[in-house]
Design a protein around this ligand. Structure first.
Ligand SMILES: Cc1cc2nc3c(=O)[nH]c(=O)nc-3n(C[C@H](O)[C@H](O)[C@H](O)COP(=O)(O)OP(=O)(O)OC[C@H]3O[C@@H](n4cnc5c(N)ncnc54)[C@H](O)[C@@H]3O)c2cc1C
Length: 568
């Protein structure tokens, strides 16, 4: 990477801590806007990272960032086909949707329940426009290189030992290879993930008591995982091959994710609830022992993973949730993963992080134009509401794992919320408001906002918070309530028993339901090409226009601090 520590400038406008994809992208967009940005990373790239499965809402953010800031690679990485054509060396996996199975202890692969307790929800109509799993070692490395190309001053293997934030600015003390250096900045962005750089430096109190979900994890990357059709050839045909998806195996102990990359490696992990972890044999302490114990208990999972080989040591963490009480101040801000994390269920992390990058980019644009610090009150408030919402949605799903019918119904709330948000953001102009400011996971939407809370309440009544599966009538009544509740947002034909839990992308049905989006049939038909991505010509034309804009912003001199804060 560029740069020699000895000549490092000790003055910048914005310092970003952490070069995961979110920190690098944030730094890059700020550089494109004309800010003088320093990006500090404790480790080096390429490096392993977890959090790999992307979603349509994540790709929508990537495309908007591409269009607004001329980042053509973001446009290309936002669809699997374009990614393959333009960035084949950045490894990824095809993700057509979300696959769920319920496994029962001792059940053999031929067990008929496996086909009955199977839910497939397509997120894209074809492989070309599909989402991807991100091999984070490659993807994060790509984004940090792009940040450097955009003019970000990137330094790796840096340990920031001290941070002081005052009314006048940000002062950091950093060391690299035993040499100390002082850095002065106007503003600091914490993209350090659960490392919690600013949480420690500013002693931000934990807000974990707001988060209901608790889980630990045992995980690795594997070779030689067998495919669903090899393990269970009796499955009825689904809307896409089962493994071209984020695959979720629900078990008594919690659930397991399995994400297959195109080069044959699979990222997999058991996510264990506290009640589930207590079911493991006492002797199963190490990650390898827990893994073996779980395969032993679930022959249907062992059929896929029994002969697989971990290509890196098995790892475990007792708790993956974290949450803080603050996300922004006058001269500092946290990206979502530094602020809160709930659970990998429903793959919310990448999309939420990218949404936040968009929002901060917009806030810094306004700040630059007004020559002041960004106003981040709305950002902080939305992050708090969204962290609560993700938690309720996931906590409900954990309760619903008591019985597959409950789980499939609860999942419909998630899919109705995100599919409506995606279609609406692509097709409906929101006037002055940029779509990035719409609430994540239905926050602020009169129909979707209250649903996770209401469904969690109903589920707790059924399960009594102790894993009871309720009566058949309880479960049916819950599913009926979900179907009725999501109806005003159900543009995807979800919660339809005739589908037998196999949901393709159904554009005819979407057209039929045009009124749910406040559109006429003709308007919706005319908008269909926009459903999967802005036209490449638009990104190219903006990329050409960005050159002079960036240069003129740089020539305008320091942008933060000149007039003062936009915040009280
Ligand atoms: C078990 C698990 C599974 C997940 N699965 C999914 C999924 O399937 N889909 C999804 O969308 N999301 C998932 N997530 C969430 C996803 O991991 C995060 O949203 C994503 O990693 C956020 O990226 P980031 O760039 O903000 O932070 P990170 O990826 O955490 O990167 C932080 C960077 O900061 C650096 N750093 C840390 N401390 C310092 C310091 N003091 N100084 C300098 N640098 C520092 C680190 O080295 C790292 O490079 C998952 C998370 C977990 C825990």
């Amino acid at each position: 990477m560029r740069g020699v520590w000895a000549v490092m400038s000790d003055r910048c406008e914005i310092v970003v801590i952490g070069s995961g994809f979110a920190g690098s992208l944030m730094a890059r967009v700020l550089a494109v806007q004309g800010y003088d940005v320093l990006l500090l990373e404790r480790g080096t790239h390429p490096r392993f990272a977890i959090g790999e499965s992307s979603t349509p809402l994540a790709n929508l953010s990537l495309e908007r960032l591409a269009a607004r800031y001329g980042l053509s690679d973001c446009y290309q990485l936002a669809a699997h086909g374009r990614w393959m054509e333009t960035h084949a060396s950045v490894r990824r996996g095809l993700k057509r949707g979300f696959t769920f199975y319920r496994h029962h202890p001792g059940a053999k692969p031929g067990d008929s329940r496996l086909a009955d307790e199977r839910l497939l929800v397509a997120a894209s109509p074809t492989d070309y426009v599909a989402d991807s799993h991100w091999l984070r070692a490659d993807v994060d490395h790509h984004f940090v290189r792009q940040a450097v190309d955009a003019g970000v001053d990137y330094r790796d293997r840096v340990e920031v030992t001290d941070a002081r934030i005052s009314d006048d600015g940000v002062e950091l003390r950093a060391t690299r290879g035993g040499v100390s250096s002082d850095i002065h900045a106007d503003f600091i962005v914490d993209a350090s993930g659960p490392g919690g750089f600013l949480a420690r430096q500013l002693a931000i109190p934990s807000g974990l008591s707001r988060t209901r979900t608790r889980a630990g994890i045992v995980f690795s990357h594997f070779e030689g995982v067998r495919l669903a059709h090899e393990v269970a050839p009796h499955f009825p045909e689904g809307p896409y091959p089962d493994d071209h998806a984020a695959v979720h195996h629900i078990i008594d102990e919690g659930w397991m994710y399995s994400l297959r990359f195109d080069h044959g490696v699979t990222s997999a992990g058991f996510v264990l609830s506290p009640r589930g972890a207590a079911l493991l044999p006492d002797a199963a302490r190490s990650a390898d022992e827990k893994w073996a114990a779980l395969l032993d208990r679930y022959p249907t999972i062992a059929a896929a993973f029994g002969d697989a080989r971990a290509i890196m040591p098995m790892m475990q963490r007792d708790r993956i949730q974290h949450r803080l009480t603050r996300a922004a101040g006058r001269r500092w801000v946290l990206l979502p993963h530094a602020y809160a994390f709930v659970d990998p269920l429903f793959s919310t992390g990448i999309a939420w992080s990218l949404r936040a990058v968009e929002r901060l980019a917009l806030s810094f644009e306004t700040a630059r134009d007004g020559r002041r610090l960004p106003e981040l009150g709305r950002y902080e408030e939305m992050l708090a509401r969204e962290a609560d919402q993700i938690d309720r949605m996931v906590a409900g799903a954990y309760e619903a794992m008591a019985h597959f019918d409950l789980f499939a119904a609860q999942a419909m709330i998630y899919f109705a919320t995100v599919s409506y948000a995606e279609v609406r953001q692509r097709l409906v102009a929101e006037g002055e408001r940029h779509p990035a400011w719409s609430g994540f996971l239905g926050v602020g939407d009169e129909v979707c906002d209250p649903l996770p809370r209401a469904s969690l309440r109903r589920l707790l009544r059924i399960t009594r918070g102790a894993g009871h599966e309720g009566s058949a009538a309880d479960r049916e009544s819950f599913a009926t309530w979900v179907a009725r509740s999501i109806a005003p947002r159900n543009v995807a034909g979800l919660a339809d028993p005739a589908r037998r839990n196999l949901y393709p992308v159904d554009l005819d049905l979407l057209v039929e339901r045009h009124a749910l989006l406040g559109m006429t049939r003709d308007q919706l038909v005319a908008g269909l090409p926009a459903l999967r991505g802005v036209a490449p010509e638009r990104v190219r034309s903006i990329a050409l226009a960005i050159g002079p804009t960036m240069a003129s912003a740089r020539n305008a001199g320091p942008t933060l601090n000149a007039v003062g804060s936009g915040q009280p």
